[in-house]
Write a protein that binds this ligand. Structure first.
Ligand code: NCD
Length: 309
């Protein structure tokens, strides 16, 4: 049967390898659709989706909204900055009020790890986690793997290094799970203070020398330093971080192979990556953004078909 093993997308850790394969095959179809002159299909005319953003977002919010509209779903948007959450309403009350307006699916970004799991146990709707604190960001990891598959043919057997602020990154954790599920080898690289102590238990390699990490990998996924999640200093200065962990064109040219550079955005040009690297042919950053719409269409479509069953 061509259906997902889950009713919600709460994290990559709840998926199996077949789920990822099904999402990618469905995304291939939608990628073809969004490159047609009429970029829309009527599949979800009977579905209403609420996008609930309790934390800032540009790419992810627009990408979900576009994916929903290209599937012809009805869409409502909510951002906590302008809402009654500030007046003391609980998450469950906020969401149940929205659901009583006949909403079938909730896409939620929230600063608290586990917020999506919590909600899925208390409300009647299919939940998609669009980032829960420093925990998981499953659709980002799916679009990252989809972009590697598109660029290099497959994910299995590839060597991927995730560089930067691993400690505070939901993108890192979801990517580790997704890449391993597909048989890729994963390394993390960054200042020791930004690598979680339990990282060995996840079965990833650790390297603190950026050049060695880049020399090892086929793909480097560069992360932003998540200053908003830090209440202390994890490295002496941004300048020193960049000197040790920033990717420059000179560094890339000094390797004996051409590696692929990824970044989930937003980029801090000149910090984790220089402009000439971000804009180079080796970078697939804008392909990731484009693929994000097709991958999110696939996830929404597959979860909606479970609601209809
Ligand atoms: C990431 C996020 O919000 O977790 N961005 C994104 O979703 N494209 C990474 C980041 O904020 O650095």
């Amino acid at each position: 049967m061509n259906t997902l093993s889950v009713n919600h997308l709460l994290g990559i850790k709840y998926l199996n390898q077949k789920d990822i394969q099904l999402i990618f095959e469905t995304a291939d179809h939608f990628k073809e659709v969004i490159n047609r002159p009429i970029k829309k299909v009527p599949s979800l005319r009977d579905i209403t989706i609420a996008n609930l953003f309790f934390e800032n977002s540009t790419r992810t919010k627009l990408s979900f909204e576009l994916a929903e509209k290209r599937l012809s779903a009805d869409v409502i948007n909510f951002s906590s900055a302008q809402s009654s959450v500030k007046k003391g309403e609980t998450l469950i009350d906020t969401v149940n009020n929205i659901l009583s307006m006949k909403v079938d699916m909730v896409v939620m970004r929230h600063p608290n790890p586990g917020a999506g799991v919590f909600l899925s146990k208390h409300v009647k709707a299919s939940i998609i986690n669009a980032g829960d604190g420093a925990h998981e960001h499953p659709t980002q990891a799916l679009l990252d793997s989809y972009s590697i598959r598109e660029k290099l043919g497959e994910v299995g057997g590839k060597k991927v290094v995730i560089v930067g602020d691993i400690l505070h990154s939901r993108v890192a954790l979801s990517n580790i799970f997704a890449l391993q599920l597909q048989g890729a080898e994963v390394m993390v690289c960054g200042p020791k203070t930004l690598i979680p102590k339990y990282i060995d238990k996840l079965g990833v390699k650790v390297e603190t020398n950026l050049k060695k990490a880049l020399q090892w990998c086929d793909v480097a996924n560069m992360l932003r330093v998540q200053n908003e999640r830090m209440d202390i200093s994890y490295f002496p200065s941004t300048r020193e971080y960049t000197q040790q962990f920033g990717v420059t064109k000179d560094l890339l040219d000094s390797l004996d192979k051409k590696i692929t550079i990824m970044h989930p955005g937003p980029i801090n040009r000149g910090v984790e990556i220089t402009s000439d690297v971000a804009d180079s042919k080796q970078a697939i950053i804008l392909d990731q953004v484009q693929n994000g719409v097709a991958v999110r269409m696939a996830v929404i479509y597959l979860l909606a078909s479970k609601i209809k069953q």
